[in-house]
Design a protein around this ligand. Sequence first.
Ligand SMILES: C[S@@+](CC[C@H](N)C(=O)[O-])C[C@H]1O[C@@H](n2cnc3c(N)ncnc32)[C@H](O)[C@@H]1O
Length: 260
Amino acid sequence: MSQLVFDEDMARQLEAVYHTRDVLRRRQLVREALGAAPGERILDVGCGAGFYAVELLEQVGAEGSVVGVDNSPQMLAVAVGRCQGHDNASFHQADATSLPVQDESVDAALCVQVLEYVPDATAALAEVHRALRPGGRLVVWDVDWATVSLHSTDPARTARVLRTFDRHLAHPSLPQTLTARLRSAGFEEIGIQGHAFATNELIPDAYGGSLVPLIEQYVAKQKGAEDEATAWLADQRELGQRGEFFFACIQFCFTATRSA
Ligand SMILES: C[S@@+](CC[C@H](N)C(=O)[O-])C[C@H]1O[C@@H](n2cnc3c(N)ncnc32)[C@H](O)[C@@H]1O
């Protein structure tokens, strides 16, 4: 079993998902929590396809700047294309635990659905702390996959499928330990907000609706799980057609500061 690979194929799939209603809602919540101001220098750790970068460039204006870091060259290529024409945006391929930015050089940082993939998430937080100026702000967003609630005609099979899907990342329940990790990385004023993402429609615009095919795709690739994944997806589609689909999960927005 292996972690999800953020290659060209995944970049293409996420490109579609990141235009959907619930992901737009999430970006708005993150931007509100970050509160980027004109002239600020913002660090986006695990910037992916650059959706936040391009929106934050609007917020910080010509006097500000955005630095994006990601370890996937395929995701970075999309981000670079998206921010073309902005000479105050820069992108670097690096691991979250080894950020190519100077000490105390950024005003604020964000890290959205990235640390759950990083084995040493606390080391990544310590790196962000190093990069922030005194008084600098951080927003971290991750999903607690243990909160997923999904209706099914075969709950035992769904539990097995979700357990297998948990292996697509390093930390299925990272929010449970984020407060302690942020504190040990040196952060203060640690806040938490939980946001429910719920839907009764199996549609791509809903987070749960867009996730179901991705879960099936990942689980079907695992040894011996293909038939189970196919049957599980068929069940979800039938529930969707009958108007009985149900998905809910809680996503967590943490805010923290480096002491002034
Ligand atoms: C689910 S995507 C989120 C992208 C972006 N933050 C967003 O919300 O639009 C996760 C991203 O984290 C990146 N990533 C995963 N592990 C990483 C690591 N150890 N260091 C840097 N980036 C990493 C992936 O390449 C991918 O682009």
